[in-house]
Write a protein that binds this ligand. Sequence first.
Ligand code: MG
Length: 376
Amino acid sequence: MTRGVALLGSTGSIGTTALRVLDRHRDRFRVTGLTAFTNESILAEQVRAFAPSYIGLVRNGTATHAGWCHGESCLVDAASRDDADIVVNAVVGSVGLRATLAALERGKRVALANKESLVMGGSLVTAAAARGGGEIVPIDSEHSAILQCIGTRPVSEVRRIVLTASGGPFRDWSADRIANATPEQTLRHPTWQMGPKITVDSATLANKALEVIEAHYLFGIPYERIDVVVHPQSIVHSFVEFIDGSVVAQLGAPSMELPILYALTYPDRVSDTGVPTFDPVARSPLTFEAVRHDEFPALRLGIEAGRAGGAAPAVFNAANEQAVALYLDGRIRFGDIARSIGGALEALVGAASGSLDAILHADTEARRHVKEQLGC
Ligand code: MG
């Protein structure tokens, strides 16, 4: 029996990689649903290759495709269908939250690449999983590493987790130079091939802040036991330190194929021809550095938002999304991204967070605040 997989965000970087993995494992999985944001020509090709029963395009396309669904609601529709056992949520940004909640409520596995789901709605997501019997298995490479390192041990045996960060393209730049980095410089990531939003987040280290919050909710580990270290080679995907002092790490080439495959087959491992054999000599040396918090203030802002809880993580996430969009449009400087996140967090401190509506309201307010603050 094959397991049905609905893939949300199928034309993005994670989506296309997931389809390469699924294509190699057609004996185990069948693609039951595909949704894309705007890229209808790639989606049409994928539909021909995988013949899903559900096809959704979030933004209305130019051509008419018989049987395709349109609009943002297609994400929840695709995630809710009975023929999907696993929902791969590879949507970029806060629009992914509703689909994660819907899938968990229906008892499905969510292979989660949309970290915003947990950052914005951590406690709602955890509650939906408990109610519906669904489970989240992370696709993010650091969280997949932590899951693999912890294995079957209880979290009470974990003293600390250490997330690795590549440090991005400006790891050793001066603060002045970073503040004026162009989008072209920002999008040249040294180790990972990713979509533009997460590549900017990797350069500001906002991505690592999102991942700290994500780790907190995924593993139920308090913030004071989550650390970040810069590891420019992106080979060690994270460390887990246990209470006896033993440290376990997970290593591999910087490719998303393994974390995607593991999220689909967890807790089993299956043989796969797409993941290359690891060569420690070729990958030497592996180095580690402390985070330069003063040069990369978005990381600390995000961790503080996580610790503050309530709507603060959602505000952090939305302010960042808005600022990154303005930056990629060439309307603000790189240094304005962290500054506008800080402004939004201050302005919206104490915003309500008790329901999905309250969180989505905080999200809208944070975006509005960033635009007003920057005069955009
Ligand atoms: Mg990551």
